[in-house]
Design a protein around this ligand. Structure first.
Ligand code: UDP
Length: 240
């Protein structure tokens, strides 16, 4: 029998910023390797792991839109392509330590990766493979946080685990306000009404409507991915 952990199937969201670490280039191989090692350890325990990768370390559509005639949709497609680069890098790292991993893209790039097929993604997970969802939702004007919430709901994962560079959610910007407090538990309503930067509104609303809890944790602290995946309470849950 499988040992009982809090979650059986999780959706891990890794932002592009988290992948960048402190490396001069866009991706820090130390970061991808530590993600791979921790994910390997939990998949061996029988927990199914799907990952949504961001692309902000390479290209963020919203910050480029408007520059030199670049319209928002074109900028966003470039951003989505950036997530595919991260996904392939992460896949290669995972496979280098023996974790079977599939990348599925939200729009077709069939020479490079599988297209997103929900049932196929679920089948991979059931077989113990890690699935990385790339290209966000496939639509401009969305974010990879929204893709994380969407894929989580689609594949019936139980939680979105959001890897960040901070220790959790503060009630104010800790860089500007030294008295900012780290919040322990908060509700979807608090996130949206106080505009706390857990996720964008579209993503958080999608989680709320589908009762998906969100756990925010600091990726740069070793062991945190396993803790989050095993449901050890080092962190912050958004739930009503
Ligand atoms: N993007 C998009 N649609 C999506 C997901 C992402 O257009 O469904 C684009 C958007 O331009 C975004 C970029 O891809 O800025 C990178 O994704 P995101 O900013 O969410 O990455 P992260 O902040 O997690 O690194």
């Amino acid at each position: 029998a499988k040992p009982s952990f809090r979650w059986r199937r999780v959706l891990l969201k890794v932002s592009g910023e988290a992948l960048a670490g402190d490396h001069a280039q866009n991706i820090d191989p130390k970061v991808t390797m530590s993600i791979a090692r921790e994910v390997a350890a939990v998949t061996r325990l029988g927990i199914e792991v799907a990952i949504v990768v961001g692309g902000g370390n390479i290209f963020r559509g919203s910050s480029w839109a408007g520059c030199s005639g670049l319209d928002r949709s074109s900028a966003d497609y470039i951003g989505m392509l950036a997530t595919v680069m991260n996904a392939i890098f992460l896949q290669a790292t995972m496979e280098s330590i023996g974790i079977p991993t599939r990348v599925q893209t939200a729009f077709r790039m069939s020479e490079v990766a599988e297209p997103y097929i929900r049932r196929r993604a679920v089948r991979h997970l059931e077989k113990g493979r890690v699935v990385i969802f790339a290209a966000g939702t496939g639509n401009p004007f969305f974010t990879t946080d929204t893709a994380a919430a969407l894929r989580c709901a689609e594949i019936n994962a139980e939680v979105v685990l959001k890897a960040t560079n901070v220790n959790g959610v503060f009630d104010d910007d800790p860089k500007r306000n030294p008295n900012a407090h780290l919040l322990d538990t908060l509700t979807y309503h608090e996130v949206t009404s106080k505009d706390l930067s857990v996720m964008d509104m579209t993503a958080i609303t999608l989680c709320q409507e589908n009762n998906i809890p969100v756990v925010v944790f600091n990726l740069s602290e070793p062991g945190n991915i396993s803790k989050a995946i095993k449901g050890e309470r080092c962190i912050h849950i958004v739930a009503e």
